[in-house]
Design a protein around this ligand. Structure first.
Ligand code: CA
Length: 227
């Protein structure tokens, strides 16, 4: 497999370091986070998340729910006990697979490989490349691949973050994109604390680009561009 990056969210130092060691030997990059909030901040470039359900700052299931509103990254849950319902709840909250501790190395590597392969195949099939085409709304032309927005041929000056927010919403034109997904793309974390920043940048985009920009608020969820 080409470059693989695994995010390990595990508060037990011994277990976490053993996992990182296993992945390093397998030739994969990995990063260890001991807290959930730290994990959410480092999830952006991960190919897979290995998640311990018992974290010090946030319940693993809540971590999963927040993550799933923002990202489809494969998640493999690690749980200390079998048969306590945690596994079922984990899968319901958005995990792709689970392992009960203690984990055998060969089993862990096989499961991780299977999940990453599956998600890469899925992503290729889904990616139409449509986001690279400029979007045109009346006199507005959004060329986000070139990071350029023009109105009637005149360039509109947008800040880097305004362009990032616009690109995130425009990644699936006509479809609602969740606040968490936008926040993850722009700031690298889906955390709720970014919510007010997002509202600020949406307001400034609307004021700079005017009513021709069909940027709609989808109440209680996020935003939609066009459609
Ligand atoms: Ca734990």
């Amino acid at each position: 497999m080409s470059r693989v990056r695994i995010l390990v969210v595990e508060d037990d130092e011994g277990v976490g370091e053993a996992l990182v060691e296993t992945f390093t030997v397998a030739g994969w990059e990995s990063e260890l986070c001991r807290r959930g909030d730290d994990g959410l901040r480092h999830v952006r470039d991960a190919d897979l998340v290995l998640l311990d359900l018992g974290l010090p700052d946030i319940d693993g299931l809540d971590f999963l729910r927040v993550l799933r509103r923002a990202s489809t990254v494969p998640v493999l849950v690690l749980t200390a006990r079998d048969g306590d319902g945690a596994v079922v709840l984990g899968l319901r909250a958005g995990a792709d697979d689970y392992l009960v501790k203690p984990v055998r190395q060969a089993v862990l590597l096989a499961r991780v490989q299977a999940l990453i392969r599956r998600s890469r195949v899925g992503r290729k099939g889904h990616d139409s490349g449509a986001a690279d085409e400029p979007l045109v709304f009346g006199a507005l032309r959004l060329d986000l691949a070139a990071r350029e927005v023009t109105r009637g041929g005149e360039r509109v000056a947008l800040t880097a973050t305004e362009l990032d927010v616009l690109a995130a919403v425009a990644s699936r034109p006509g479809e609602a994109v969740s606040r968490e997904e936008i926040q993850l793309q722009v700031w690298g974390t889906p955390a709720v604390g970014r919510s007010r920043s997002l509202d600020f940048f949406v307001a400034s985009l609307r004021s700079k680009l005017g009513e021709e920009l069909p940027l709609r608020t989808v109440r209680g969820f996020g935003f939609r561009l066009g459609g």
